[in-house]
Design a protein around this ligand. Sequence first.
Ligand SMILES: [Zn+2]
Length: 388
Amino acid sequence: MTARLSPRDILERLISFPTVSRDSNLPLVDWVEDYLNGQGITAHRHYDETGQKAALFAHVGPWEEGAVVLSGHTDVVPIDGQDWDSDPFTLTERDGKYFGRGTTDMKGYDALAIWALVEAHHRGIARPLQLALSYDEEVGCIGGPPLIAAMQPVLPKGRAVIVGEPSMMTCVTGHKGGKTFWLDVHGYEVHSSLLPSGVSAIMEAAKIIDWANQVNAEEAARVPTDVAAMFEPSFTTLHTGLISGGTAKNITAAHCGFDLGFRAVPDQDHDVWRARILAKVAEVETAMQTIHPDARIVVDESFGVPGLQPETDGAAETLVRRLTGDNATHVVSYGTEAGQFQQAGYSAVVCGPGDIAQAHQPNEFITKSQFESGAGFMRRLVESLVEE
Ligand SMILES: [Zn+2]
């Protein structure tokens, strides 16, 4: 058996792997698997289609259903264009903080989860504990569903999932979900003096964007449901963040490309929102084609991320509230893999050390006190599994 590492030692190793989402995470996965194997724990992998990235999952304790699942992602956002005072991939301690890319989002939690798994294995627990580490979370939670699908036939089904995105160790029971569309509007070019015989892609795009403004106003005027009322704003919003098009002031634009996304409160059906958007696009396209048959709108859909819906008497919430003593209600505005676990039939919450404000920043850090608070949580979790 190899030496057992402290949470801080594990964090130092994890930070040393530059697992930016566009690059391979295999060196990190190799290290985690070797470490777990050295402790007598079997780990399983699921590779993505490129073979350059893998999710890792493991189970300790009795081989039965009902495990607590500790879920984290292994990838980090790039450091491109950021000014760092120390090497982002070397854990650096200063002023009561650990600096390094991923310290908060979310290798701090990953380190604690790995530590807890090893601790639970050696202590001997009455109820099982699982570890689930994904890839490609930072590029739209793409790696969550394949990891969840890969775990299910291999491990006994878990009961309560704790997704350790930074929440300052509060118990987060809800977040919005959403989806983005990229729309390429293809118009018909004429000199703008002949406007009625041309189709301006920009002006057609503007109709869809203005419709989004109207929808936002309608949604804002609604009386929110109890779930929606937890959020600020308490309604689903449509948004365009990027747009480009046109070639000259006096030509009806042949092309306009823009994004249109929705961010939905968790008790609303994404399929309904998708259908509403596509229906509006079809309506505008039909009108364009009465002027010129070649005019069209090509829609490219991103991968959607489900919201996390607060559960009634959820197993994950009950457990995390007991271990943290946090009985307040928290929801967050960022998406996580918790909604994906919930959609797959698990009870799920978000609870992890660190402040989301530090995520993705230059000089990303986690305070030692937050990391310690996460370690205390894991010790209490292991203790509770020993006793149960
Ligand atoms: Zn994250």
